[in-house]
Design a binder for this molecule. Structure first.
Ligand code: ZN
Length: 228
């Protein structure tokens, strides 16, 4: 450990992203590992409308929801480490051999200024670090649209994201089989729109991975789900 990282650990000790407990090393505490709402069996790979598939290690409820809130809304960017590792493992299990390029669902420039980081990019970077590669920016979010969380109807969520993303790198997209990373998959409207833009730019295929999926049974009654 370098002096700088020792000092940083004193000032900002690693915490479990799910319960907030201070840990000796960065990661997930044993109690949370046992109690997290892991997706099981077929649940870990959801088929969204249009046949797009999304792998996710967690159901968006309970401890998983608390951890993703810390990560996304309470400035805990360090949660990207453990969360990104979960995304990497699940994507490798569910979608191995199906992608050659990794990208992410970007936030708008305005949101980036407010939050200070792009949470899906951090997840993609962490997952890629484990695979000895790096994610590529293939999408820009050009419109700062209202948060998907305020919209419950599937059609309203689809309309809200239509046209807000654009291909950032058509040359890097053409012919590629892309893994698209996001933090939470609720109805899949955001992922579907991003996949449409990537395909239009010439992507050969698009598959998705997120840290958590909204449980299907709770989808209609989830007023605080934060993402399409
Ligand atoms: Zn914990």
């Amino acid at each position: 450990m370098t002096l700088l990282s020792s000092l940083l650990d004193l000032l900002f000790p690693p915490k479990c992203p799910f319960c907030g407990r201070v840990l000796d090393t960065s990661g997930i505490c044993d109690a949370c590992r046992r109690e997290l709402p892991w997706t099981e069996g077929d649940e870990a790979l959801r088929r969204l409308s249009g046949g797009l598939r999304c792998a996710a290690p967690l159901r968006y409820e309970g401890l998983a929801k608390a951890g993703l809130h810390r990560f996304k809304f309470q400035g805990m960017s360090s949660a990207a480490g453990p969360l990104g590792e979960l995304v990497a493992r699940c994507a490798a299990e569910q979608l191995s051999g199906e992608f050659d390029t990794v990208t992410w669902v970007p936030v708008s420039a305005k949101r980036l200024r407010q939050r200070g980081y792009d949470q899906a990019r951090l997840l993609a970077e962490r997952a890629c670090a484990l695979w000895d590669t790096a994610p590529v920016r293939l999408l820009d979010k050009t419109v700062h649209n209202p948060a998907q969380s305020g919209l419950k109807e599937g059609s309203a969520r689809r309309d809200n994201v239509r046209g807000v993303y654009r291909a950032a790198d058509p040359d890097g997209t053409r012919g590629r089989r892309i893994l698209l990373v996001d933090d939470i998959c609720t109805t899949g409207a955001t992922l579907a729109e991003c996949a449409r833009v990537l395909r239009e730019a010439g992507a050969a295929d698009v598959v998705c991975a997120a840290a958590a999926l909204t449980p299907l049974r709770a989808e209609k009654a989830a007023p605080d789900a934060k993402k399409g």
